[in-house]
Ligand binder design. Structure first.
Ligand code: NAD
Ligand code: UDP
Length: 314
């Protein structure tokens, strides 16, 4: 039975990775300090003999007994409001946490999968963004703590690959949504859907002309697994290339929910990227991966999730 360590395994993406790996017959060791994660995300795995939880900060020495085949390093605050609230923890988990987990992978002879981000491209000057683009990042702005931590993490992963021959993989994840996102995590999908379900105005930052695209969780997790078992060591973009403005997205959410909400314009956060769209040619060519869930279908699922969460408030 393959054995995987998943850091950040109690978070949104990490908990779906734990589920997927267990479904593939792995045993899973989840390492999380719950800074932004939730027990509820892994409650269903607690009594599974294939699942173990280590409640610790991955910037501290990580001790895992026995063999390990894969290390998935997904621990990090990921929503802009989270990494702006926890700037130093974000820098530490991306730098020291990456160093620790690479050390664990090297000691165990395990494959290593780093959760990187489209934020390594910053406020991009090319669109769509291929992996060969080096980015346009402000290192000292409020988002710099996340962007630079991930850029450092990528550099560290490549150094372990080149120097110690660790079989490292880097997935540059573009905006992904799905069940287990928090209502209050501040990202645009939860923010808009929860407001629309409450028939309250949707907060569009700036004029809403900035673009994003949204990948459904099941597509992303399938792609990450394909990458994990591949021979690739270069970074791979994963996301949905179907780009739209944030204002268009707000209107789509209102229509999909048949909500009475209007739109309220709020200040655009500093360094908010103006355009973003993944070039997924490498994932398509090398992994035969592309997203299959349309935004319309994904919205139906995520609306169900937030309806339930809002229902629990009452
Ligand atoms: P999340 O906040 O739901 O999950 C992060 C998890 O990491 C949480 O459970 C948190 O408690 C844990 N964690 C953070 N610091 C830790 C530490 N020092 N020690 C142990 N655990 C720690 O966020 P998410 O959306 O699931 O993101 C997961 C990963 O994917 C992150 O690395 C993020 O940068 C990356 N990512 C996500 C997206 C996305 O759209 N969701 C996009 C790009 C990159
Ligand atoms: N956004 C918005 N209203 C919100 C939250 C976000 O208009 O309540 C915008 C934000 O300015 C950004 C886009 O939506 O341009 C995506 O934001 P998110 O925080 O989801 O992730 P990002 O892509 O910025 O990392």
């Amino acid at each position: 039975m393959p054995r995987s360590v998943v850091t950040g395994g109690a978070g949104f993406l990490g908990s779906h990775i734990c589920d997927y790996l267990i479904g593939k017959g792995h045993s899973v060791v989840c390492v999380d300090n719950f800074i932004t994660g939730a027990e509820a995300n892994i409650a269903h795995l607690k009594n599974d003999a294939k699942f173990t939880l280590i409640n610790q900060d991955v910037t501290e020495y990580i001790s895992v007994k026995g063999e390990v085949d894969f290390v998935f390093h997904f621990a990090s605050p990921a929503s802009p409001i989270d990494y702006i609230e926890f700037p130093i923890q974000t820098l530490k988990v991306g730098s020291i946490g990456t160093h620790r987990t690479l050390g664990l992978a090297m000691e165990k002879g395990a494959r290593y999968i780093l959760a990187s981000t489209s934020e390594v491209y910053g406020d991009p000057l090319v669109n769509p963004q291929p992996e060969s683009y080096w980015g346009n990042v402000n290192p000292i702005g409020p988002r710099g703590v996340y962007d630079e931590a991930k850029r450092f993490a990528e550099a560290m992963a490549m150094a372990y690959h080149r120097t110690h021959n660790v079989d490292t993989k880097i997935v540059r994840i573009f905006n992904t949504y799905g069940p287990r996102m928090r209502k209050d995590d501040g990202r645009v999908v939860p923010a808009f859907i929860c407001q629309a379900l409450r028939n309250e105005p949707l907060p569009v930052f700036g004029e809403g002309s900035q673009t994003r695209s949204f990948c459904y969780i099941s597509d992303l997790i399938r792609g990450i697994y394909l990458l994990a078992v591949s021979d690739l060591n270069e970074p791979v973009n994963m996301g949905n290339p179907s780009e739209m403005t944030i204002l268009e997205f707000a209107k789509k959410v209102i229509k999909c929910i048949n909500s009475k909400s209007g739109i309220v314009k709020k200040d655009l956060p500093i360094d908010d990227p103006k355009i973003r769209r993944p070039d997924i040619t490498r994932a398509a060519d090398e992994l035969d991966w592309k997203p299959e869930v349309s935004l319309d279908d994904g919205l139906v699922e995520i609306v169900k999730w937030f309806k339930k969460k809002i229902g629990e408030e009452r």
